[in-house]
Design a protein around this ligand. Sequence first.
Ligand code: ADP
Ligand code: MG
Length: 458
Amino acid sequence: MDNSVLWSKILDKIKSEINSLSFQTWFEETELYELNNGIAKIVVPLAIHKNHIFNNYNELIKNCFLDITGNQVEIELCLKDDIINVKRENNEEQHESHNNVDSNIYNNNFINSNLNSKYSFDNFVVGNSNKFAHAAALAVAENPGKMYNPLFIYGNSGLGKTHLMHAIGNYIHKNSDKKVLYVTSEQFVSDFIGINRKDENGTNFSYIDFFKQKYRNIDVLIIDDIQYLGGATETQKEFFHTFNNLYGDNKQIIISSDRSPEDLKILESRLRTRFCWGLTVDIFPPDFELRVAILKKRIIGEAINKEIPDEVIEYMATNLGSDIRQLEGALTRLVAYSTFMGSEIDLNLAIEALKDYVYKGISEKNDVNKIQKVVAEYFQISTDDLKSKKRNSNISFPRQIAMYLCRKLTDESFPKIGIEFGGKDHSTVMHSCEKIEREISVNKDLADTIQKLENEIK
Ligand code: ADP
Ligand code: MG
């Protein structure tokens, strides 16, 4: 049993013996540094912990060790700084045993969880488009590894995936002693590539150790933007092992992506299948009300001490598109602009300050609208027909073509296209696209028609 597993068992036992406030205060940030020759070296955060634990809990800790390992141990309490200093001295003395890296250094909870404390459930505004994702995230935060594993969150950029993932991590970190690690998939890839890089002595053992400790010795792995994991089989294989390992130990895995698992074509199918084992939730673009609510919350949260009239907020919520990151950027710009110009914020100032943002919002929106218009005109139906639920083939066929063209010619995701077509499910859009793709390959007339439409749209 490795030290961190052993220690978490011991902590569980201690937790069951004392009240939760004492546990939090005295044990939450402790680590088992090493267990050698019958001495358990435990790292505590402050000197006050050292004294208090020694005077009050020494026997309890010893008994817990005896129960779990069957051995008598002596307890030695030390501070994090002591360990770091000893390590530094040892390293200076032991050049020759350089390769013999003490893997304990990674056993401790000093690994950075990479969590950003700025993102919490408290400052995540819930609306229709993210209600489900939010609820799932909270359920996982309250019960990591038990309810939904893995949790897969997907949606377009700027809709709050990263925010939710950090919120889960922060919640778990705050309410339990579980080790959380947040990484982007690029970080995972670069750590993995490090394994294959040899150090100056021609070995890479220390790094393999580091990698395994980093990714396997945790309770919660949060991996953001999995679409960037890349096509390299070796990387995917390693991720597959990491996944299996954690999953097998009931460790929580949380994944995000800009598209659904089945749409992650770059990944091996065995990975995609695994992603669907738990719960998959999508985040949709925020509606008007949610955009207004997010802006208002942001104004309070950032302690912006300028008066921003409702009509300005509504103007922003109407004209800036659905990317929340962009909405926030626009707000920052508006406030800076008004400071710079020395004028109050009113509608005219907002229009002036945000003209670049607004232009961008509209042009993005136009793509889908334009495709719908061109297709509707060609088939002599209305764009409302395209967005309707009508199933007769003179309407459903053009609708499928229009969906296919939206997917091909814009960056929109399946769910987003579904919304633009009167709230169709993402799987309907996906099947439409696949169907048209198949037919084009066998039906030359259709291929020509679509080519003609494409020329007109571009
Ligand atoms: P994604 O990872 O989906 O691209 P982010 O999580 O980075 O998006 O969100 C972009 C910005 O929008 C962040 O600053 C985030 O705090 C903010 N944001 C997104 N959704 C919400 C929400 N529901 N409430 C408050 N802020 C949000
Ligand atoms: Mg993100």
